[in-house]
Design a protein around this ligand. Structure first.
Ligand code: PLP
Length: 387
């Protein structure tokens, strides 16, 4: 009998030798523009907390107050143990923010995808997915058992060809197109208007993951779908509460019928303890705050920071970043690690991302901007970026 350690140890060693081994780093401070990582004070360019809400005072207070009112644990699945009003309030706030009939909250974005996609399509159906889609979308697509077709990133011609094939070969099948609005490792945007037109031609449905779009794209941070005025034409709008909204959880926004179906069929919703009500209260407070003038001002700060970084690094950043994610390409895994180390030695925390998060050989630094970064932070990082 071979032990689990005997199997795993050489595999870990192999990861190390290929510069693909990962390990956890200790963050001693709350998320923010500055922090202490592995004992070193750094400027933080690693977080998806784009609006600086993760440790925001009024949200911490809303959270603490809610714990007093609701307790800590939800005690069970919402279908079994009763739904707390906090979750319903969050879903109303989400539907109103996304301008949809209804919304459903999940414990995180990952489980949102895992529950939703297999609830909508199965083995007689087709999924057509952008190559750079997030791991949770890929995993959910595989779990559904549907036939999977991948189109090269943002390639409309290939998307059209896959849909043409699917519709002709399987006239009765449900066809689901899946993409993101802002791609998580490249920071670029999907050509959603064109994608909507194409999927409508073939009678396909569309799921768009706005994990990095909400709170970032558009003056009100409503995301790329809303910025293009496509709300009514995207059947399934997905997102997370753990990024720009600074809390935790995931959601689907869409029609009342879609949401009622997911309550009945999304397994990650049904067979999982509800998130703590206090998290829902904090997320609701974040969502409401984003829509106030202070919230809009914060979003404006983020947009200003993006423009400033671009001005400071015109040669390296050939186009104005369209989102808060700025990839700095390295190619080789070892080179990406070296670059990250060099940045860290200068007090700048910009993580390297490698396979399997990005394809082999396209390792990079993934720099994320926050509304809380100040001019001096941007100047320091720009100096390293420019070499
Ligand atoms: C982070 C992310 C998710 C997962 O959301 P969590 O709430 O962190 O589980 C889903 N999709 C995309 C595109 C993401 O970047």
């Amino acid at each position: 009998m071979i032990s689990i350690e005997q199997v795993l140890f050489p595999q870990l060693e192999e990861l190390t030798s290929k510069n693909l081994r990962r390990s956890l780093r200790i963050l001693e401070t709350p998320q923010g523009a500055e922090g202490v990582i592995d004992g070193r004070r750094v400027i933080n360019f690693s977080s998806n907390d784009y609006l600086g809400l993760a440790a925001e005072g009024f949200l911490c207070e809303a959270f603490a107050e809610a714990v007093k009112r609701y307790g800590v644990g939800a005690g069970g699945s919402r279908l079994i143990s009763g739904t707390q009003t906090a979750h319903l309030a969050l879903e109303n706030a989400l539907a109103s923010f996304k301008k949809t009939e209804a919304a459903l909250a999940f414990s995180c974005g990952y489980t949102t995808a895992l529950g939703t996609i297999p609830a909508l399509v199965g083995k007689n159906d087709i999924i057509v997915l952008d190559k750079l889609s997030h791991a949770c979308l890929v995993d959910a697509a595989k779990l559904s058992g549907a036939t999977l077709r991948i189109f090269p990133h943002n390639d409309l011609v290939k998307l059209d060809a896959h849909l043409h094939w699917a519709r002709n070969k399987f006239p009765q099948a449900k066809i689901l197109v899946i993409t993101e609005s802002v791609f998580s490792m490249d920071g670029d945007l999907a050509p959603l208007r064109e994608i909507v037109e194409i999927k409508e031609r073939y009678g396909a449905w569309l799921l768009v993951d706005e994990a990095h779009g909400v709170g970032v794209i558009g003056e009100e941070g409503r995301g790329w779908i809303e910025a293009l005025g496509l709300g009514g034409r995207v059947e399934i709008q997905m997102g997370t509460l753990g990024k720009a909204l600074g809390t935790a959880g995931g959601y689907i926004a869409g029609s009342r019928i879609l949401i009622d179906w997911l309550i009945n069929r999304a397994r990650s919703f049904i067979f999982s303890t509800a998130p703590p009500a206090a998290v829902a209260v904090a997320a609701t407070a974040a969502l409401e705050w984003v829509q106030t003038s202070a919230g809009k001002e914060r979003i404006h700060c983020l947009h200003k920071n993006l423009a400033t970084l671009f001005q400071l690094c015109p040669k390296v950043l050939e186009t104005l970043p369209r989102s808060a994610i700025v990839p700095i390409m390295a190619g080789d895994e070892a080179k990406a690690l070296e670059l990250a180390k060099d940045f860290l030695n200068h007090g700048l925390f910009v993580p390297a991302v490698r396979f399997p998060t990005v394809p082999k050989g396209s390792a990079r630094l993934r720099l994320t901007l926050s509304a809380l970064h100040r001019q001096e932070h941007l100047e320091l990082v720009a100096k390293r970026i420019n070499g």
